[in-house]
Design a binder for this molecule. Sequence first.
Ligand code: ADP
Ligand code: MG
Length: 484
Amino acid sequence: MSDISDQYETVIGLEVHVQLSTRSKAFCADAAAFGGAPNTHISPISLGHPGTLPMLNREQVAYAVRLGLALGSRINSVNTFDRKNYFYADLPKGYQITQDRQPVCIGGAMDILVNDRHKSVRIHHIHMEEDAGKSMHDQRPDASLIDLNRAGVPLLEIVTEPDLRSPDEVDAFMSTMRRLVRYLDISDGNMEQGSMRCDVNVSVRRKGETAFGTRCEIKNLNSMRFARRAIAYEVRRQIDLIEAGGTVTQQTLNFDPDTGVTTPLRSKEDAHDYRYFPDPDLPPVVLSDGYIESVRVQMPLLPDALYRMFRTDYGLSDYDAALLTEEKAVALYFMDLCRHTPHFKATANLVINKILPWRDEAKQAPEQFPVPPVHLAEMIELIASGKLSNTAAYQQLLPAMMENAAQTPSALAQSLNLLQTGDADFLAQIVDEVLVANPDKVSAYRKGKKGLQGFFMGEIMRLSKGKADPKAVTPLLLQKLDAV
Ligand code: ADP
Ligand code: MG
């Protein structure tokens, strides 16, 4: 049976808040670091005392321009700041400094990959603003507590066009954005700590319709799991409402993860009147072409460029290239290894199958792997040249190398007696042993079951502990099997 929701299409636009990893706050010298004992990263400016004046953090501007350039946005040369007025206890000034009229970046797009399909999501604009403090309502029964460490921490708000069509696409957008801000070194992109949060605007329309439906905005989702559940609930609610003959009214919603339900915070009619007006304390900031160029030339390598490089220059598969560009530290580490060896595919395998699991378990950066890149490259060379089997390399040599960083892989392999050998006497002896131990298989082979060659090779490798060089042993084996 088909569900009625199959006849509808979901339309989603995001407002993503990214907390910047500048040392100091957006408009004063207080530390912007996450955490710290409550109310220790504060000064009269963070506290909004009368008579204090804000001063723009130039790092925040540089970070915004970096993100804008990465997304192909136009950088606004004249930047102005506005006051967004509202009353809340964690906002001591009574207003938030933001950019309402002249945001720093306009337009642009980000490519996302969803179910093996590339899709471009357009960016409406990016503006700079400051965060509010944090209210805690669950610490004491008789009072709410307020921590102003976060008040004034610089944020970028990225507003997308309504281009997303499913929770999967939202998920892909958020992960791709997180990866990008990490590559750009402008934020840790950590959703759990609130460094990245999003407001999700959701509407539905019948398939084939061109006009958008009325949207609702779900505020402040700080995990992808919650965002998925909130969207699923909201889509269902809107469809059911329309199917029952009702109409969706534009609302701001809150999602409660405990109940799985969205509830109205406010409707359009009683929407906040923020009384935006230009902040008289902050003069316009003019970004010259020269300045924008100076940011552009210092742009780090970005994941898309690395991905293309791994595919075309290194000849890696789509899967390997995607996996190795997931994190900047891993991509850079892989590139570093590849400076020591031309065997890129084997190096990718080593990183994916050994270094990454080690990194996850040891909770260390990949470059902390206890074996230096030159030694890893030498091990790969031993395998490629047929001197060492993959099995011996991974199961015996590599663990020994990790214990013994000073010795070269060749010396270690030698002392562990792992090097493959084409030595005719040694090989002949092993082949004989295998044939003697399996008389029924030998006669089956001779009667025509040629597929048993694989079985014999397996036994030879096992008995020789991976040391038999397949290229040398195969002709020997065939010669003995065929000699009736
Ligand atoms: P404002 O908050 O100033 O009204 P917009 O209306 O431009 O701003 O949109 C805010 C966000 O809502 C953007 O992310 C945009 O993509 C999204 N959005 C706008 N219209 C719709 C719609 N019909 N359905 C879903 N999202 C929408
Ligand atoms: Mg809005």
